[in-house]
Write a protein that binds this ligand. Sequence first.
Ligand code: DX5
Ligand code: ZN
Length: 245
Amino acid sequence: MTKDILIAPSILAADFARLGEEIAAIDAAGADWIHCDVMDGHFVPNISFGADVIKAIRPMTTKVFDVHLMIAPVDPYLEAFAKAGADVITVHAEAGPHLDRSLQAIRALGKKAGVSLCPATPESAIEYVLDRLDLVLVMTVNPGFGGQSFLDSQLEKIRRIRSMIGERPIRLEVDGGVTRDNAAAVAAAGADTLVAGSAVFRGGNSVNYAANIAAVRGAAEGGRVPKLHANAAPSIRAGEPVRIR
Ligand code: DX5
Ligand code: ZN
């Protein structure tokens, strides 16, 4: 059995004046997860939104909320994002000195734990926390802004992390500059979860969103290498507490 490809539109590219409607539109258009990019103007050079906004949009969909925290420090805010309705909480390996502690804290809150790596960070940063992870997020742009170009240098890192994951039930997510044109290469390298902001929200209405999501998904499914994914996909459902391991 192979892992399904999941498409996670980043709401950073949505019309913030109509954020609730935009969430409903991407839900109806076939989004698997809702990717929420939280930026603090400190860890990254941009400010987006925080836990109160996530709490406000949570009732708009039952899909998994995939919350990508680009903030430092991160530990003091984990509980707020858990309470706001995050299902997956992803922290950056570069955001603080105690990644292992942050990951333990996320699971203790009953949430799935993810770690993200900036483009310059080697995969070795996660070698000793693999068993605390439900998701690895490889940044394929420098975090902070939507609409940047995909960094091909990260394809090798994706391949290496796919190999490191082995049989563990960990999703491998890619974020930044993903389009219908590079989704096949991303999936061929071993990614199973694709974040896309500009590529999904292009066109500004739900008909276009559905076509955009289908195009990225179709390209990714065409590029995947099934033999790399021997095990069943870890299933993450919205609102589902995790078992503490
Ligand atoms: C960048 C964010 C990404 C970004 C994706 O810091 O983490 O999620 O918004 O947007 P696109 O797909 O436009 O690169
Ligand atoms: Zn993101």
